[in-house]
Design a binder for this molecule. Structure first.
Ligand code: NAD
Length: 390
């Protein structure tokens, strides 16, 4: 049985001056199967209610806070009530809001990093299991078709056994003390109480970690890291340099930075196997470079029939023909498509197709928090090489 209505989306965070909330709203609604019905959009209840006007929503469903949202939504009949809640607040709020929503019966799409601590992350894994709700984590870079293609090429053995992974995420926007000017996004990101134990590592290092594990299917086991706060007076790191050991003998380098002047969102990855290499750049996401041991480097281009023929997941994540670029919004939307199809399958009690399950979840969130715990421990330690805890 299929669901003959749109899924009803609620949102916590994403108020008038917020960044990523609007990206979620656009991406979730790109394919028409999801309808935004309300939310608790801002830490300031007045601003949350203002969003009703800005977004043309029912005023009664723009709430003062998430507790009120849960209480009042539960009084609505199923089908009218929110089916899922997207959380796009600063990091310190992710855990309490996700816990409350899941326990009240809502499915959840949450921003990264999933929680503030590994303890909270483990608790959330248990809550998701117990409540049997669908939990998506917005590691949006896994939503790109050419990332899915790279993942499938590694899985099919096209580059042989993976030996080395180089992954980077340099930015330059925090090269000065922007937080001291009151800039909203910089202020909470540099505050350990709202951001967590690592600034740059939590904000973008986790994306690099997730991308490397997603494409290769390998797991990081040990880190040797140096975390630096270059900007005077900043409490959290703004630069991360790290050597990585993976299971199955692979090695790698991960660096993330917010003081690399001139860089914007230069996330990129190089994967080297025994018989070939792969290279992908987030700022040019429609191309995947494939480098066979004994042949010329190939450029695989998104939107061509050969991509969909090779990878069902990449084909499913493609909307436009080649040459019409797809990027950030579409990658977010791809995670929403798979998440929403899985929610529909749960509501109608059918088994989801494996392709639908291709979105980061609560276990990826736990991996991210283990990465951060190990990164910070290694950064502080004298012996440097530090193992992931089990
Ligand atoms: P932001 O400061 O622009 O927006 C945060 C919003 O949350 C604001 O409207 C604020 O008022 C609201 N808020 C704070 N506490 C709240 C509460 N208790 N209840 C309701 N609303 C509350 O921050 P941002 O840059 O949009 O980042 C938000 C989250 O998204 C962070 O966790 C960040 O790591 C993540 N993020 C992810 C990506 C990505 O590419 N996946 C990109 C940017 C940010």
């Amino acid at each position: 049985m299929s669901l003959d209505r749109t899924l009803k989306m609620g949102m916590v965070g994403g108020g008038p001056e917020a960044f990523i909330g609007e990206v979620h709203r656009k991406a979730a609604r790109m394919d028409g199967g999801i309808e935004l019905v309300g939310g608790a959009f801002d830490i300031n209840p007045r601003k949350s209610k203002q969003m009703a006007k800005i977004l043309c929503l029912d005023r009664k469903r723009c709430y003062g806070n998430y507790e009120e949202m849960i209480e009042k939504e539960l009084k609505l009949p199923e089908g009218e009530r929110m089916d899922f809640v997207t959380i796009c607040t600063p990091n310190n709020w992710h855990f309490p809001i996700a816990k409350a929503c899941l326990e009240a019966g809502f499915h959840v799409m949450c921003e990264k990093p999933m929680t503030l601590t590994v303890k909270e992350a483990r608790e959330l894994v248990a809550i998701v299991k117990k409540t049997r709700r669908v939990f998506g984590l917005m590691h949006n870079y896994t939503g790109y078709p050419m990332v899915k293609l790279a993942r499938d090429m590694v899985k099919n053995g096209d580059i042989g056994k993976v030996r080395k992974i180089v992954v980077q995420y340099p930015q330059g926007w925090l090269a000065t003390a922007l937080e001291k000017t009151g800039q909203q996004q910089a202020s909470w990101r540099t505050d350990p109480k709202q951001s967590g134990a690592s600034g740059c590592g939590g904000d973008i290092g986790t994306h690099a970690e997730n991308l490397a594990e997603y494409i290769t299917g390998l797991k990081m086991t040990d880190l040797c890291a140096e975390l630096t706060s270059f900007v005077k007076g900043r409490k959290l790191d703004d630069d991360v340099n790290c050597l990585v050991k993976y299971n199955k003998g692979a090695k790698g380098v991960l660096h993330a930075s917010q003081i690399s002047v001139g860089e914007e969102n230069n996330l990129a990855i190089w994967v080297y196997g025994e018989t070939g290499g792969l290279e992908w750049h987030q700022e040019h996401p429609n191309y995947l470079y494939v480098k066979p041991l004994d042949g010329a480097t190939q450029v695989w281009k998104r939107g061509n029939e050969y991509v969909g023929k090779y990878s069902d997941a990449a084909g499913r994540a493609t909307r436009l023909p080649s040459g019409h670029p797809e990027a950030f919004l579409e990658a977010f939307a791809n995670n929403y498509v798979n998440f929403a199809d899985t929610v529909r399958a749960r509501i109608t009690r059918v088994k989801p197709d494996p392709l639908m399950l291709d979105f980061p979840d609560v276990n990826d969130g736990l991996r991210g928090m283990l990465f951060l715990e190990t990164l910070v421990a290694s950064g502080k330690s004298k012996q440097k090489w530090t193992k992931f805890k089990k």
